[in-house]
Design a protein around this ligand. Structure first.
Ligand SMILES: [Mn+2]
Length: 357
């Protein structure tokens, strides 16, 4: 893991100030809309904010699989728009602001979006490391919540679930491991149950089901991780997902191996790109795993790149600078294109050679 201080470009006080501005905006604006990522970290982040800071806020999900201003639902009568864990690229956020009617747009995130500003609470954009801030729930705990709110067990459980959502079993080598174990012990819920809660809420986006994502936020904000684990609604969704996965012809095929790159193709009409990609990276330690997923229901191609050992952050700048839609973190990023307009494997690898560290 890379040391954080080596790449830090801004001070902790600058970070704290931006996050303080965001928490102030959240408390003061009354009716805010929270647009959040559709995955477990995004769901639990929105739920924590609703529960602990802004109970009147409404939540909404961008069009699943799409990271752009157009994917954000148009909402009227909203004072403030919060963008939570969504990894929206800088230019898209400016576009969103220019749409106009929001008095305030604020961001809480931990994706390398390049966006900075008075109301952008994103440690990664300011050069802090993913090791310190591996999830948006962790950003909220460390930088948004009051110590009192952050100490409530139900909030801590959701913080832990967000970290586990983004890290999976990699959590054991992160400094948040101790916190997660302590919360598990304190609540009497084993870590396996926290991982199950993640799996339940993640079923929603894998099924491309936005209503399910919104319902998951409602369940979590009202009854926390325990209520997620009890939810027959979410268990039904997960069962449906497993049934479809079993029946569908979804398959992973290795198409190229050119050290350190291993390229796979996934054929599935479910949004399981990261689910499959993360497993492939675990199976290939020391490599850079590339997964092409042409997802016909969304008319998009996702090129998912993950490595356990190599640093990929430079690639986000490189691909972004070439006008490609790209988002990610230190060890993972995704390039999104319209179906059929994606980079070829050779084009991709020649670019990766310039940015993989
Ligand atoms: Mn996240």
């Amino acid at each position: 893991m890379t040391s954080s201080s080596a790449m830090r470009t801004h001070s902790l006080s600058e970070l704290r100030e931006a996050c303080f501005n965001v928490s102030k905006a959240l408390k003061e604006c009354g009716q805010a809309a929270l647009i959040h990522h559709w995955d477990a970290d995004g769901i639990f982040s929105a739920a924590i904010i609703k529960k602990a800071l802004a109970p009147e806020a409404i939540t909404a999900v961008p069009e699943i699989g799409n990271f752009s201003a157009e994917a954000v639902p148009k909402l009227s009568g909203i004072n403030a728009l919060g963008i939570i864990d969504y990894g929206l690229p800088k230019d898209e956020v400016s576009k969103l602001m220019s749409y106009g009617s929001y008095r305030r747009v604020f961001v809480i995130d931990h994706h390398a979006s390049g966006l900075k500003g008075k109301h952008v609470c994103n440690p990664i954009s300011l050069g802090f490391s993913e090791v310190e801030y591996p999830s948006t729930t962790w950003v909220i705990k460390e930088l948004i919540l009051s110590p009192d709110a952050g100490n409530e067990l139900s909030v801590k459980l959701m913080v832990a679930a967000g970290v586990l959502g983004d890290l999976g079993l990699r959590y054991v080598s992160f400094p948040q491991k101790g916190f997660i174990e302590l919360v598990a012990k304190e609540s009497g819920l084993p870590i396996a149950s926290l991982l199950e809660a993640v799996d339940l809420v993640d079923s929603c986006y894998r099924l491309l089901d936005p209503e399910c994502v919104s319902e998951a936020v409602n369940i979590a904000s009202s009854g926390g991780v325990e209520e997620v684990l009890r939810s027959e609604f979410l268990k039904g969704k997960r069962k449906h997902l497993k049934d479809v996965l079993r029946k569908s012809s979804s398959g992973v095929k290795e198409v190229l191996r050119r050290d350190p790159y291993v390229v796979y193709e996934l054929s599935s009409d479910l949004y399981i790109t990261s689910y499959v990609g993360r497993d492939l990276a675990t199976e290939n330690p020391g490599k850079v795993v590339v997964l092409y997923h042409r997802l016909k229901p969304l008319n998009k191609t996702y090129i998912y790149v993950r490595s356990q050992t190599k640093r990929l952050r430079e690639c986000i700048h490189l691909f972004g600078g070439e006008g490609l839609e790209v988002g990610g973190k230190d060890k993972v990023f995704v390039i999104t294109s319209d179906l059929g307009k994606e980079l070829s494997i050779n084009e991709l690898i020649s670019k990766l050679r310039r940015c993989v560290a």
